[in-house]
Design a protein around this ligand. Sequence first.
Ligand SMILES: [Zn+2]
Length: 143
Amino acid sequence: MPECVFCSVSTGKTENHIVGGDDFSIAFLDKNPSTPGHVLVIPRRHVERLDEFSLEELKKYFGFISRVEKAVLEFSGEGSGYDIVNHYRPFIEESEMVKKHLHFHVIPRKFNDKIFMNERIHLSDNEMKGIADMISEKLGLIK
Ligand SMILES: [Zn+2]
């Protein structure tokens, strides 16, 4: 079985635009963003669903997501909003698009941006690096 893509992000085996992490979670830019600053937040440990966590672990994970939420809002600027979403779809085969490792999307939104989850934008590697650095700075954690 091929190694889980998100586990390899967590261990640093895969090149990604990491914005920050702590001992329990890690945040990085979605490679196919819906909007600039679209971040994925994963637990370092491979789980598929929230109910695999203890209450203490849920607290760590959502505490971290909340920090990312704040950093992403600051990055997006005045009047911005966000979508925070998680999908659990065990009926879909593992692929590059659908990961089974638990993850939450934090997607910056602007008024009338007409963005939907299935529409993605293309950003250059340099643009992605710049965005990751800006959010990382606001998050204030090690990368
Ligand atoms: Zn995994």
